[in-house]
Ligand binder design. Structure first.
Ligand code: FAD
Length: 427
């Protein structure tokens, strides 16, 4: 019998930790190949810091080939051109074709900037979704501070990632105050969410109250249920939408610097594959992270299809964050191991959310267990400790990736956060 071959497609957060966990669990029972588009892993949660030069990109970069080699994982950064599920093979951009017995898709998002004219790093707004774009944003910010004007931060229609938008708004506020030019910069938060602090999760604990009062404190105005229709060189065109879809107000907001998170969709290598992905290109999975049409295909992370929490005037997606991504990696590892041993897959991901949103001098943390309400744990808290915890989290996570450590840690982090909160309450 030949040794089964597992391909992990994508080496961002989900793909890297899935490869580490699979290697540790399966030892010599399987060959593993990771296909990425780059030789490097970038710690995406630190991108907002890169955009104001609080971090150099190199500080959050991990060079993957020597780590995978040490772990006995084959690696290519040629990138996948197309997945061929019927033939169980992946076609690479360099013309090579690799067969698999099991495929783990962790390709994250394609960023749909092109859905709004003038939007995105090729247009008039910057982005913090990828580290190279955050680096460009830092250059634009350097120019901006020489000539301070209004700022717009937020997330457009169909976005599913909101935490980093709030983080970036507050980080900019902190940076502008440190530079003593905050008084020259009117700031507006523009979001598809129906209310501040919805976060694609219908709120967690009192995120509505916490984030509204923080924005009031920091003089950041907001527009919710917003649809951005187009962006010109220095003006953003926005519609406010009521329940039922009627446009209640339009805005032509001037800006000198703007960052709005885009909507996501599936990457071209899988987009349109009947049965594998939904119309938006996200991979359809069952409770075992397994595709129902192609049972040898599993998926985790942002590329997975998850329905929204409920209807909203403007489409709002559900975020997929580290805690749930890690639990998906663990479930996939157990399930592929079971299949290789001739058993049915039984493991399920926990789909919880934990977030440390850094504001540069303090922050907001929340835990949602499960992610979709009603919940067993629905907790949010604010303080300077969140800023310190986020720095510690970055260090810890980068060390784990550099060492090739397979042990999951988000569950531990969640328990420690709740512990810290209880200690504070009792103090
Ligand atoms: P990614 O990390 O994006 O990885 C996908 C990988 O697949 C990429 O390396 C990509 O190059 C590769 N790929 C794509 N197409 C192909 C192809 N055809 N062939 C080969 N490789 C391919 N979550 C948290 O829990 N905490 C946070 O603080 C946090 N902060 C965030 C901040 C920002 C700015 C953003 C955008 C997200 C944040 N998230 C956070 C959410 C989430 O954890 C991250 O987006 C995370 O990186 C998602 O992991 P992923 O593996 O699904 O996708």
């Amino acid at each position: 019998m030949t040794t089964p071959h597992i391909i992990v497609l994508g080496a961002g957060l989900g793909g890297t930790i899935a490869a580490y966990e699979l290697r540790e669990a399966l030892k010599k029972k399987a060959r593993i190949t990771v296909i990425s588009e780059s030789d490097d892993y970038w710690f995406v949660p630190s991108n907002p810091w890169v955009a104001v030069r609080w971090r150099e990109p190199e500080a959050i970069q991990v060079h993957l080939p020597p780590i995978f080699e040490r772990l006995g994982i084959a690696f290519t950064s040629a990138g996948a051109k197309r997945v061929h599920p019927a033939e169980k093979r992946v076609e690479l951009n360099d013309g090579a074709v690799i067969d698999y017995d099991y495929l783990v898709i962790a390709t994250g998002p394609d960023h749909a900037y092109d859905e709004i004219p003038g939007f995105g790093p090729e247009g008039h707004t910057v982005s913090v979704c990828q580290t190279h774009h955050a680096r460009q944003a830092a250059d634009r910010f350097d120019d901006f501070v020489k000539n301070p004007r209004p700022i717009i931060i937020g997330a457009v229609q169909g976005a599913s990632c909101y935490g980093p938008a709030y983080e970036f708004a507050m980080i900019l506020d902190t940076e502008l105050r440190r530079r003593k030019i905050r008084d020259k910069v009117p700031m507006t938060f523009v979001t598809a969410e129906p209310y501040v602090g919805h976060l694609g999760l219908d709120g967690v604990g009192d995120t509505k109250g916490l984030l509204e009062s923080t924005m009031r404190d920091r003089h950041i105005k907001w527009i919710t249920s917003a649809r951005v229709t187009s962006v010109d060189q220095d003006v953003m065109h926005i519609e406010e939408v009521a329940e039922g879809g009627a446009v209640t107000k339009t805005h032509d907001l001037p800006f000198g610097f703007a960052m709005l998170l885009p909507a996501f969709r599936g990457v071209p290598a899988i987009f349109g594959l009947e049965g594998l992905v939904n119309p938006r290109g996200f991979v359809i999975v069952d409770k075992h992270q397994r595709n129902p049409s192609c049972p040898e295909v599993f998926a985790l992370g942002v590329c997975v299809a998850i329905p929204p929490t409920g209807p909203t005037p403007v489409p709002v997606g559900v975020p997929k964050t580290g805690f749930m991504i890690e639990s998906m990696a663990t479930a996939i590892t157990h399930n592929i191991a079971a299949l290789i041993d001739g058993h049915a897959p039984t493991a399920e991901a926990s789909w919880n959310a934990i977030c440390l949103a850094d504001f540069g001098d303090e922050g907001v943390a929340f835990i949602a267990q499960p992610q979709i309400p009603p919940r067993n744990v629905n907790w949010a808290s604010q303080g300077k400790w969140v800023h310190v915890a986020k720095i510690g989290f970055e260090k810890y996570f980068l060390r784990k990736i550099r060492k090739g450590e397979s042990e999951p840690f988000y569950e531990k982090l969640a328990l420690e956060l709740i512990g810290v909160h209880k200690l504070k309450q009792n103090a």
